[in-house]
Design a protein around this ligand. Structure first.
Ligand code: NAD
Length: 273
């Protein structure tokens, strides 16, 4: 680590520079999105902070970024509503200019309900926010990025794009669908200088899973599912998003980067079996 805080690999001078880029992080009024917005701003990007219901938190984040030398503005709307997504993008065009980086982060896990005992409306809501939302945002982003001849879309999936999770068929289906959307869109837009990647977090401490890490018994059980002996921090994911959004990842498209501390490594086999 250099004295100015920059990470430099063996004196190569490698550092991440997003100056002049406009980035939108959906759902950045909370959890992972909030940390991603801070990291992208630190790397020099102008950040569109997006909220659904936590306007005050979004305003506080923008104030924090703007007062520490970065640039941020706040935009509200429901990603599962096509008209609201169009107006978010139109407002970003007007205030910050056309987008260079889109992080489709907004998402919910929904209620734990077994198929057959569930309410179809709950299922559709998870699909609408976690899969259709990224589709609406990506189509607006692609229109603008094609004109520029460059751009990056990062879709936040989950280890549950790979791992089944009983009681969460909608969540797992949405995340696996978003993974295939990532690959197919990456193929469609590769001739236009646009990269599309997915990032699959494991268990990261945020409000979405507070009921698990807030209870000592469920927290202990969760740790048995991770090879590294800890939950992830929001910065673990934000650093990876900043890398994927940058030219350091210039030859990476249509694939998923897993940031899970080894959750996909079958940790139960760690001690033999
Ligand atoms: P979070 O609850 O802190 O953040 C979710 C964000 O999505 C919030 O800002 C919320 O306002 C926004 N949102 C919800 N519904 C919306 C809607 N209709 N329109 C617009 N925005 C909406 O949770 P988080 O952990 O930060 O989750 C962020 C993303 O990471 C989600 O897609 C989640 O599935 C994914 N993820 C999280 C974890 C984890 O362990 N925390 C693991 C894997 C994947």
């Amino acid at each position: 680590m250099a004295s100015d805080g920059k990470v430099e690999a063996y004196g190569s001078g490698i550092s991440i520079d997003l100056k002049g880029k406009v980035a939108l992080v959906t759902g950045s009024s909370s959890g992972l999105g909030m940390e991603m917005a801070k990291y992208l701003a630190k790397a020099g990007a102008t950040v569109a902070i997006h909220y659904h219901s936590e306007k005050q938190q979004a305003n506080n984040l923008a104030a924090e970024i703007n007062s520490s030398g970065g640039k941020a503005a706040v935009f509200g709307g429901d990603v599962s509503n096509a008209q609201q997504v169009e107006s978010i993008f139109a407002s970003i065009d007007a205030q910050l200019g056309p987008l260079d980086i889109l992080v489709n982060n907004a998402g919910i896990d929904g209620k734990r309900e077994l198929c057959g005992d569930d309410n179809p409306e709950d299922w559709l809501r998870v699909i609408s926010i976690n899969l259709i939302g990224p589709y609406y945002c990506s189509r607006e982003a692609v229109k603008r990025m094609k004109k520029k001849g460059s751009g990056v879309i990062v879709n936040i999936t989950s280890v549950h794009e790979f791992l089944p999770w009983s009681g969460y068929t909608a969540y797992c289906s949405a995340k696996a669908g978003l993974s295939m959307f990532t690959k197919t869109l990456a193929q469609e837009v590769s001739d236009f200088g646009i990269r599309v990647v997915a990032l699959a977090p494991g268990a990261i401490k945020t409000p979405i899973n507070k009921d698990v890490w807030g209870n000592p018994d469920t927290y202990k059980d969760l740790l048995t599912k991770i090879a590294m002996p800890r939950m992830g921090e929001t910065s673990d994911v934000a650093k990876a998003v900043t890398f994927l959004a940058s030219d350091l990842a210039s030859y990476i498209t249509g694939t998923t980067l897993v940031v899970d501390g080894g959750m996909l490594l079958y940790p139960a086999f760690k001690h033999g079996g």
